[in-house]
Design a protein. Structure first.
Length: 488
C-alpha cells in the first residue's frame, strides 16, 4: 500500500508593524464599511531591519522548535516567493540563518545534503513548492521530511486601489509521510496555465530605471490591471477545477459538493468568495440535468432572470480577446451582478459560502502575503476547526492556488481523523499578537523610506538584518549582501 504524504504542521510569521484599515480609511477618506466588507481589517508592514529571508527563517525555526523536528531528517527545504531580492540564491540563505541558531541552541543543523530550491510563479509559487515537496517525500525519500516556506511582501502604490491590500508575512509547512493533519493528493490535482500578458507583472529592470517619483521602496511595485486581474483569477480557477474534474472522471459539481472546506489564494477578503461562487455556478450550468435544475432553482429563489446567466456561464469568453476589446469587462457580468442577491439566499450560503467559512474571520487581519496567503488561510481554518467543533476531522477539502494571470492549481486534501487534536501543530493566531499600530505619519515613513519614526525599534523579533554590505573593490565584494543575527 502506497504511503500517505501530506501536511503535519504549519507555522506563520508576520512583522509587528500593523496598519489598521479603519485608521487607513480615516487617513484616506475611504469608506470603512466598504473596505471592511471587501478587503479586511488590517495588514502588516516589514520592519526596516527585516527581509523576506528573515521572515522565512523565523517561520522555519518556529516550525522546527514547536514540532520537535530533528533537523537531520529534513531533506528538502523549498522557498516559494515573488519578492526575491537576490537573483542567485534564496532558500540557502534561510537554511544558513536557521542552522546558525540551531547550533547556538546546541541542536543539530539541517544537513548539507538538504535540497534547497526556490520557486517563482507569482502567488502560485508556494503551491508549486508544495507539490514538489510531496513528490520528493513520495518518490525519493519517504523517511525524510520536507519544509515549504512562503515569504512575500505585497506593496502597492500609495493612493492606488491596491494600497489597502498590502501585507508581509511568511508561512512554513511541514511535509512528511503519515501526516498528522492532511494527506495532499497531488495525483488528483488539476492544473491550468495561460499567458495573459498584462494582468499582474513585476518588470523590475524597468522600475529600477524609471522610478518616476517613487522611492527605492517601490522597486517591487507590480504593474497590474485590477478588473482584468479579477477576471483572470476566476478564469484560471475554473480552468484548473475543470482539469481536476477531467483527471478524476467525476463531474465538477460533485467534486465541489464533496469538499467540506475550500482554501484559496486570498489577495483580499472578497475575491476568493466571488471566484468560488462563480465556479460553483459554472459547474451547475455545465453539469447534468440535476445540476441545471439546481442552478435554475437558485436563480428563481433569488428572483433573477435565468437565461442570460445560464448562457454566459456556458459560453465563457476568451480572456485574451479583452486585450483588444475592453480590458475592464467582466468575465461573467450578469453572474457577478446576481451574486449580490445570491449571497443573501440561505440555500446558497449553506451550499457554497459555508465551504469558505473556516478561518475566514481570522484571515481578515492578514493582508495579502502573496504565495503564503493560501497556507495562512489553511492554518487559520484548522485553528478555527480546533476551537469550534473539529469539523475538519476526517473530511475532504480543496486547496485552490493561483499565480496572477498565468497559472492555477487545485489540489484535493484529506484531513486525518485527528487533525484538530494537537494545537501545537498549528501556529497562526499567535503570530498576530502584540502588534505595533502605526499612525499615519509612521506608516508613510516606513512605507516610503523604511524608517521608523517615533517608535523605538524594540519590536523586531528573531532573525533580523544586522547590516548590508557596501564593499565592491577588486579584492573583496559584499555590496548589497545582507548579514543577519538572531535577537532573543
Amino acid at each position: 500500500m502506497k504511503q500517505k504524504v501530506g501536511i503535519s504542521a504549519i507555522t506563520a510569521y508576520v512583522p509587528s508593524y500593523r496598519v489598521g484599515l479603519e485608521d487607513w480609511c480615516g487617513w484616506t477618506n475611504n469608506s470603512w464599511d466598504k473596505i471592511s466588507n471587501i478587503i479586511g481589517s488590517g495588514f502588516r508592514m516589514l520592519g526596516p531591519d527585516e527581509s523576506i529571508y528573515t521572515m522565512a527563517a523565523n517561520s522555519v525555526l518556529d516550525l522546527i522548535i514547536e514540532n520537535n523536528i530533528d533537523p537531520n531528517e529534513i531533506g528538502f527545504l523549498a522557498l516559494g516567493t515573488e519578492s526575491s531580492t537576490d537573483n542567485s540564491a534564496g532558500t540557502i540563505i534561510i537554511k544558513g540563518m536557521v542552522n546558525e541558531e540551531l547550533k547556538n541552541r546546541g541542536m543539530n543543523p539541517i544537513s548539507n545534503q538538504c535540497e534547497v530550491p526556490e520557486f517563482k510563479q507569482a502567488c502560485l509559487s508556494g503551491i508549486y513548492a508544495l507539490k514538489n515537496a510531496v513528490r520528493y517525500v513520495n518518490s525519493d525519500a519517504p523517511e525524510k521530511k520536507a519544509i515549504v516556506v512562503c515569504s512575500d511582501i505585497a506593496l502597492y502604490q500609495m493612493g492606488s486601489s491596491g494600497e489597502p491590500t498590502q501585507g508581509a508575512g511568511a508561512v512554513a509547512t511541514l511535509i512528511e509521510s503519515n501526516p498528522k493533519i492532511a494527506e495532499v493528493k497531488t495525483a488528483f490535482s488539476g492544473s491550468s496555465s495561460e499567458y495573459r500578458q498584462i494582468d499582474f507583472r513585476k518588470p523590475i529592470q524597468y522600475r529600477a530605471q524609471n522610478l518616476n517619483g517613487h522611492s527605492a521602496s517601490d522597486l517591487d511595485l507590480p504593474v497590474f490591471n485590477g478588473k482584468y486581474s479579477a477576471s483572470c483569477y476566476i478564469d484560471g480557477t475554473i480552468s484548473a477545477l475543470s482539469n481536476m474534474s477531467q483527471n478524476r472522471g467525476q463531474s465538477l459539481s460533485k467534486l465541489l459538493k464533496g469538499a467540506v472546506a475550500v482554501f484559496m489564494h486570498r489577495p483580499f477578503h472578497k475575491m476568493p468568495l466571488n471566484a468560488f461562487s462563480i465556479s460553483y455556478l459554472y459547474a451547475l450550468a455545465n453539469g447534468d440535468k440535476d445540476d441545471n435544475q439546481e442552478l435554475q432553482n437558485l436563480i428563481k429563489e433569488a428572483d433573477l432572470g435565468s437565461e442570460e446567466i445560464e448562457r454566459e456561464l456556458k459560453e465563457k469568453p476568451d480572456l485574451k480577446s479583452f486585450l483588444q476589446t475592453d480590458i475592464n469587462k467582466d468575465l461573467f457580468p450578469q453572474t457577478s451582478k446576481a451574486l449580490k442577491t445570491l449571497n443573501k439566499i440561505e440555500s446558497f450560503k449553506d451550499k457554497v459560502l459555508s465551504k469558505l467559512k473556516l478561518g475566514n474571520e481570522l484571515t481578515k487581519e492578514m493582508g495579502n502575503i502573496y504565495s503564503g496567503s493560501i497556507f495562512a488561510w489553511l492554518a487559520a481554518g484548522i485553528e478555527d476547526s480546533m476551537k469550534n467543533g473539529k469539523t475538519l476531522n476526517g473530511k475532504d477539502a480543496l486547496l485552490i492556488g493561483y499565480g496572477s494571470g498565468d497559472a492555477a492549481e487545485v489540489i484535493p486534501i484529506s484531513f486525518t481523523q485527528n487533525c484538530c487534536e494537537n494545537e501545537k501543530n498549528i501556529k497562526y493566531s499567535a503570530a498576530f499578537s502584540n502588534p505595533v499600530n502605526l499612525d499615519h505619519n509612521q506608516y508613510i515613513k516606513l512605507r516610503t523610506n523604511k524608517v521608523l519614526e517615533g517608535i523605538e525599534n524594540k519590536h523586531s523579533k528573531g532573525f533580523i538584518v544586522s547590516k548590508v554590505g557596501t564593499e565592491e573593490s577588486t579584492d573583496f565584494q559584499d555590496a548589497g549582501i545582507e548579514y543577519y543575527e538572531y535577537l532573543n
